[in-house]
Ligand binder design. Structure first.
Ligand SMILES: *Cc1c(COP(=O)(O)O)cnc(C)c1O
Length: 459
C-alpha cells in the first residue's frame, strides 16, 4: 500500500450507510486482490453476530463531545474490530492452498485475547499468544488462559511487553526454525498491529463515526472532526491518518499517551527516544515504549522515502533514539498533536466524567478524555473508547473513590452495583471458565515454545 486510494467520490453515499456498507467500501478500496462478494462474506462473518450492537461502533454523546465506542465485540476491546476480520481475510487469501498458519502474537493485554477469539478453531490456523507475566489485568489474563479451542496456545513471559514483542520479532526472523516448520507445511504469521490486515478494518470506524455525526446533524460533509485517540503501538491512530489520506475530512488526530509518554515527546519535539524507564500504569495496553507502527507513518510523511525511514529505524536500533528532519516534523504537525495523562489525571477523568456526564470510562479511554478536557479545539471532538470499563473494574472503582476488593469478580460486581450498568457477558462468564494454560517462559524461550505449539496444534 504505497499510495492510498481516495474514497472522496463515495463519501456522500457513505454518510447514509451503516457500518457493514462502510466496511465494504473501505475494504474494497484498500484491498484490491479480493472480490466484492468475498468482501461481503468477510464483513458479514466478522461483524454480523459477534458484536452486541447492530451499529458495531456506536457514537454516543459525552457532555458536549462524542464517544466512539469500539468495545462492543466479543473481548470488550477495540482490537476485536480488526481481529474478527483478520481471520476472514486470511481465509480468503489461503483458499486453495493447504499451507497451515500459526499466528504468533505478543500482547500488552487486549490483542492476545482478541486474536485468540478471532482465530480459535479456524481451519488450517493456530494461534499462539505471549503476554508479560504480572503486567496485564486479572481479567485480561483470565480471558486469555481460559480461551477454548483446539488450536490455541497461551504463555506468559518473564519480561515487559516490549520484551515480548522483541522476542516475537526474533522468532519470525529465525530462519532455521522457519525451515523446520516448512517441512511440515507450517508458516508463522503475525497478528500484531504491524500486520496491514489489522490496520485496514480500523479505517472503517473513522469513516463510520463521521457518517453517524453527519446523520445526527453535528457535521455537514466537509467539516473537520477531531479525534482523540488513546495510543500505545500507534495502530489505532494510524488508521485515522489513513482515513484522512483517503479523503475523510479528519481535522486533528490527537495522540493521548499515559506516563510511557514516548509518543508525546516525539510529537512535541521530533525526537523519538525509547531510553527511559518503563512505567506500569492503570492503562496497561498502552504501556509501550517502541511503537511499531510509527515506521509506517514516517513512510507516508516522507512521501515514501524508504532510505530515510531505514536510517531512522537503524538509529533506533543502535542508539535507542532518532530525530526526524524539520520538514517531516512540520508535516506531522499538520495533522497530529499530543497530550498525556498520569495515573492520577486518568483516575480524575474517570471520576469527573462519571459525575459530570454519567458516562463510565475505562482507564485507556480516560487518558484520551483527560487530553480532550485540556483542549480548546473548535471542531466537533470524538474520543475513541477502546475498552469496556468492566475489563479494568478495580482501577475504575478506585478512581471513583471506592475500595477495590482483591478479587476481580467482586470488583466487577461492585462496579455493576455502583453504576447500574451490566458487565459484558464475555467478562462475567469468565467466573466459571476453566483455566487451560499456566506456562511461563524466559524471554529466550519463545522460539522453543512456538515450535512445540506448532507440533501440538498441527499434529
Ligand atoms: C491496544 C489498546 C490501545 C492502544 O492502541 P494502539 O493501536 O496500540 O495505539 C488503547 N486502549 C486499549 C484498551 C487497547 O487495548
Amino acid at each position: 500500500m504505497d499510495s492510498l486510494p481516495s474514497i472522496a467520490p463515495s463519501l456522500e453515499a457513505a454518510m447514509g450507510q451503516g457500518y457493514h456498507a462502510n466496511a465494504r467500501l473501505v475494504l474494497g478500496s484498500l484491498l484490491d486482490d479480493i472480490t466484492p462478494d468475498e468482501i461481503s462474506g468477510c464483513v458479514e462473518a466478522a461483524y454480523a453476530d459477534n458484536f452486541d450492537t447492530p451499529a458495531v461502533t456506536p457514537v454516543t454523546p459525552m457532555g458536549a463531545d462524542w464517544l466512539l465506542e469500539l468495545h462492543h465485540g466479543p473481548t470488550s476491546a477495540f482490537k476485536d474490530i480488526a481481529l474478527q476480520m483478520l481471520p476472514q481475510l486470511m481465509r480468503v487469501a489461503r483458499e486453495g492452498t493447504d499451507e497451515r498458519v500459526m499466528i504468533v502474537c505478543a500482547t500488552s493485554g487486549d490483542t492476545g485475547k482478541a486474536a485468540l477469539a478471532g482465530f480459535a478453531d479456524v481451519a488450517g490456523c493456530g494461534v499462539t499468544v505471549f503476554y508479560p507475566a504480572g503486567k496485564v489485568s486479572d481479567i485480561q489474563r483470565l480471558q486469555m488462559v481460559t480461551q477454548p479451542g483446539a488450536n490455541v496456545n497461551v504463555c506468559a513471559v518473564e519480561g515487559t511487553f516490549d520484551d515480548c514483542q522483541t522476542a516475537v520479532k526474533r522468532t519470525f526472523a529465525d530462519t532455521a526454525l522457519a525451515m523446520r516448520l516448512a517441512k511440515d507445511g507450517v508458516v508463522l504469521s503475525s497478528a500484531n498491529s504491524i500486520n496491514v490486515g489489522r490496520l485496514v478494518p480500523q479505517v472503517t470506524y473513522y469513516l463510520d463515526a463521521y457518517a453517524q455525526l453527519s446523520r445526527r446533524g453535528t457535521v455537514t460533509l466537509g467539516d473537520p472532526v477531531d479525534f482523540f485517540v488513546p495510543t500505545g503501538n500507534f495502530g489505532d491512530v494510524l488508521a485515522g491518518y489513513y482515513a484522512k489520506r483517503m479523503g475523510l475530512p479528519v481535522g486533528r488526530l490527537v495522540v493521548a499517551s499515559n506516563s510511557n509518554d514516548v509518543l508525546y515527546d516525539f510529537i512535541s519535539t521530533g525526537t523519538y527516544d525509547r531510553r527511559r524507564p518503563f512505567v506500569k500504569t492503570i492503562s496497561p495496553s498502552m504501556d509501550i515504549l517502541v511503537s511499531s507502527n510509527l515506521e509506517r507513518l514516517l513512510f507516508y510523511l516522507s512521501d515514501g522515502d524508504c532510505e530515510l525511514v531505514a536510517s531512522l529505524m537503524s538509529d533506533l536500533d543502535e542508539k535507542g533514539s532518532y530525530t526526524v528532519p524539520p520538514s517531516i516534523l512540520e508535516r506531522l504537525h499538520e495533522t497530529f498533536s499530543a497530550g498525556r495523562a498520569t495515573d492520577e489525571q486518568t483516575a480524575e477523568a474517570i471520576r469527573s466524567t462519571w459525575e459530570g456526564d454519567h458516562v463510565l470510562l475505562d482507564p485507556h479511554t480516560a487518558v484520551a478524555k483527560h487530553v480532550l478536557d485540556g483542549d480548546d479545539g473548535e471542531a466537533p471532538r470524538v474520543c475513541l473508547s477502546t475498552a469496556s470499563p468492566f475489563k479494568f473494574s478495580a482501577d475504575v472503582l478506585r478512581a471513583l473513590g471506592e475500595d477495590a476488593p482483591a478479587d476481580g469478580f467482586a470488583c466487577m460486581d461492585a462496579l455493576a452495583g455502583l453504576s447500574g450498568l451490566t458487565p459484558p457477558s464475555g467478562l462475567s462468564s469468565l467466573r466459571d471458565a476453566e483455566v487451560r494454560f499456566s506456562d511461563v517462559v524466559a524471554t529466550d524461550g519463545l522460539e522453543a515454545y512456538v515450535e512445540s505449539a506448532c507440533a501440538r496444534t498441527f499434529a
